[in-house]
Design a protein around this ligand. Sequence first.
Ligand SMILES: NC(=O)c1ccc[n+]([C@@H]2O[C@H](COP(=O)([O-])OP(=O)(O)OC[C@H]3O[C@@H](n4cnc5c(N)ncnc54)[C@H](OP(=O)(O)O)[C@@H]3O)[C@@H](O)[C@H]2O)c1
Length: 365
Amino acid sequence: MHALARLTTCASFLAIMVFAMNARAQTTQKQWQLQKTGDAPPALKLMDAPVRQPGEHEVLVRVHATSLNRRDIYVKAGQYRGEMKPDLVPLSDGAGEVVALGPKATRFKKGDRVAATFFPLWKDGRPKPEFLGSLGGGNFDGMLSQYVTISEESLVAIPKYLSYEEAATLPCAGVTAWNALVTRGHTQAGDHVLLQGTGGVAILGLQISLALGAKPVITSSSDEKLARARQLGAVAGINYKTQPEWEKAVREATGAAGVQQVLEVGGKQTLPHSLASLGFGGHIALIGGLSEFGGDIPAYSLMGPNATASGIYVGSRADFEALNAFLEKHRLKPVIDKVFEFENAPAAYDYMDSGSLFGKVVIRL
Ligand SMILES: NC(=O)c1ccc[n+]([C@@H]2O[C@H](COP(=O)([O-])OP(=O)(O)OC[C@H]3O[C@@H](n4cnc5c(N)ncnc54)[C@H](OP(=O)(O)O)[C@@H]3O)[C@@H](O)[C@H]2O)c1
């Protein structure tokens, strides 16, 4: 055979091989599942699983990064409040590349970089019960999987300047901080913003506050972490362990006025201190339960200072898109504390619980 013809045949054979390998790569995959036996909390298991081809308005996404939220720790501990799907693929948050389209999918094209929204059905406007009832990494499969087949409506395009790892930090913690500070809080330049602890919501809240021209005041159990938060731009750092009545330090840091925004992630134990830190015309976003979910708000603590409180449950796709536009404009890079490889996913969970966390923990695929 002529040398050129032989080369062409060889190249065609190679192309067929690559095609066949790709096709094979997309029919089976590795994924982590939370498997439950008896009364024990669910255990993480790395499993082989089929890749489901996309239906009419779905796309197939090759996941490149996922991130952990405190909720994922509660789910793994068997504390999910709804009915957890058996053999659940955990983690609500992830980012990846569109690799295949369903026959009627039009919002994205192959190669687009996307992230999943926390509530797949909540596109815009007020929340409705039917929007808040379905949760990836809760009552249906989440993102800790090499591939996900997902409705095109539940995806957003990610900012071009962000890596997949950075974009994966946004769907829950980023959108929550945005909803609290901007959609519901209407934070203004010059406002003091109170952030609690140095976890995902708090550090993204700090970064967004700074870009809005606001002045973040942050609490932490660690002086070292407070120093890191000061380096990021916090105007004051308060150790909530050594100063249990930390509202006094908040008042000092704000010239006695108190703060105009609180991202209340601490819950039952921190709520009274947060209310005592709230300034006139302020807004408290009720978000979390790190100490325990719950607590009471005496009516006068809001009436007196003419303040408002909002219950926050992440946010809509429109919130996520607005956040992405804001991030793009300000070129904000989410703070990633540590990146774990897919095979070491259980170590990422352990790290979240180690007390070392500052910002977000990411798993790379
Ligand atoms: N409602 C919603 O839509 C929504 C959305 C996201 C999160 N959440 C909730 O908000 C909370 C925070 O979530 P996350 O994912 O940001 O958590 P995370 O990343 O795990 O943050 C943990 C950090 O919070 C700080 N912390 C722990 N206990 C604390 C306490 N008693 N008082 C003050 N700070 C404390 C610690 O910071 P230091 O080490 O600096 O002390 C810890 O490292 C969780 O309860 C989560 O379930 C709710």
